[in-house]
Design a protein around this ligand. Structure first.
Ligand code: KIV
Length: 275
């Protein structure tokens, strides 16, 4: 069943946690869809996680379109969200022009980083019929790649709660709330009608999102907000080392990995070559 915004809203209303994960490639997207993840996010974290960039600010529209295409081919049912990369949504006109490219490529929704300052961008996208996920709290494109918590002090907490109301009124269809204290994230989730998906913001949100590399344990880093559900880095290292050893020992390829031709064909080939 294709998961829609209405489906996500019904989960919020029925207090069933919404699941979201990033994906950047076809096979991972297919697995997430098969596992029943509600929403797949082609995050601009593709830059630091998959492309070897130093920061989210290096990610281009071209990068996002390329990875969105791969993920789109892998996702059948999940609600597909794509990040608007650095500078692609600075003003309403630029945002709409770029978001249309994503919608044409198969995205269901675009995600825009920024607090209440993004009101006009979100209003314009919404009026153009493009659903928007507003991303508040810690914004890597704006605040830099080093994660920080937002909303521990009164004024910042009030700014966050106020931003959520302003952006919901502008048309935000859902929220990602990143690195906001649990109490403030829960308050936001209880004040807005649309789903609030948290990352590093506690369990009181309507759902959770994580970077898929972090649940797989693709690299050696660990983050307080995440959990490794498997040690993919070590499994991959073992597989690569095993392959290397077996090739070096001539144990791979083995009999079952290739095919033979009849001896008379070999002799005919040799005879032809000798001519
Ligand atoms: O790009 C990303 O990975 C994100 C996170 C909030 C999941 O935006």
């Amino acid at each position: 069943m294709k998961k829609t915004l209405e489906y996500l809203y019904s989960k919020k209303v029925n207090k069933i946690p919404i699941t979201m994960l990033t994906a950047y490639d076809f096979p991972t997207a297919r697995l997430e869809d098969e596992a029943g993840i509600d929403s797949v996010l082609v995050g601009d974290s593709v830059g630091t996680n998959m492309l070897g960039y130093a920061s989210e600010q290096e990610v281009t529209m071209g990068d996002m379109l390329h990875h969105l295409g791969a993920v789109r081919r892998g996702v059948k049912d999940a609600y597909l969200i794509v990040d608007m990369p650095f500078k692609s949504a600075d003003d309403p006109f630029t945002a709409c022009r770029n978001a249309e490219l994503f919608i044409d490529k198969g995205a269901d929704c675009v995600k825009v980083e920024g607090w209440s300052d993004k009101k006009n961008v979100i209003a314009c996208l919404t009026e153009s019929g493009i659903p928007v996920c507003a991303h508040i709290g810690y914004n890597p494109q704006i605040h830099g790649s080093k994660p920080q918590v937002f909303g521990k002090e009164l004024q910042q907490a009030l700014d966050l709660v106020e931003s959520a109301s302003v952006l919901e009124a502008a048309g935000a269809a859902l929220f990602v709330v990143e690195k906001v204290p649990r109490e403030i994230a829960g308050l936001i989730a209880s004040r807005v009608k649309v789903p609030v998906i948290g990352i590093g913001s506690g369990e009181s949100c309507d759902g959770q999102v994580l970077v898929v590399n972090d649940i797989l344990g693709t690299d050696e880093r660990t983050f307080r907000h995440a959990r490794k559900f498997v040690d993919f880095r070590n499994l991959t290292l073992q597989a690569i080392a095993g392959y290397k050893t077996e090739v070096e020992k001539r144990n791979f390829p083995a009999e079952e990995n290739f095919q033979h031709v009849e001896q008379k064909v070999v002799e005919s080939v040799m005879a032809s070559l000798a001519l």
